[in-house]
Design a protein around this ligand. Sequence first.
Ligand code: C5P
Length: 222
Amino acid sequence: PPTGVLTGKRVVITAGPTREPIDPVRYISNHSSGKMGYALAAAARDAGAEVVLISGPVAIPAPSGVEVRNVTTAADMLKASSEAVDVGCDLFIASAAVADYRPQSCESDKIKKSSEQMALSLVRNPDTLATIAARADAPFTVGFAAETTDVARYAIDKMQRKKLQMIVANDVSVPGLGFNSDNNAVTVFWPDGQASIGPDSKQRIADRLMALIGEHLDQATG
Ligand code: C5P
């Protein structure tokens, strides 16, 4: 049997983008390969955890030994995450690039080209991470922050606002790192400390992140 920092823990991880339909052939989405979340799922599995990976549409294979639940929209992601946490969850990691807004309505037929301009009405999507972290039975919760400016300031603000135990920030303005790349560099923040990891492969960053998360999870649960 596996023995690691997460032995016996139930871990739920969100990964990849969401897609918000505009009409039967079009959607709004974000740049996200899912590589960081999938690497985290493999790292959690290797650390001994039972892992549920809630994944938006991606083009990479699922890690073995991990239960994958495929979702499309942000609403689907919230529903699948809530159901997975209901069953019991020690650690929730939100690495998905969820669309912040969705079209107010999805047209049932393809929108035709006609006028020179068109406007799309968007409404806010539910925030999976903030919803899970606000539960009375909230697990230890780790968020991600992809920013292009003032990375540390936005990340720390997000950690406080969403009531997270840790946040992993990456500067997506650095060429060759971050979304779609195999490599990344991150800074992890918790209420009274921080650590920088990388630049390195996403798998090595995920392994080191999981060791760090495991230490903090132990401190939180005693
Ligand atoms: O506020 P922002 O979207 O930048 O926060 C990013 C973090 O929140 C990531 O961990 C992301 O997975 C999570 N998130 C979420 N649901 C949303 C929006 C963001 O879980 N609707």
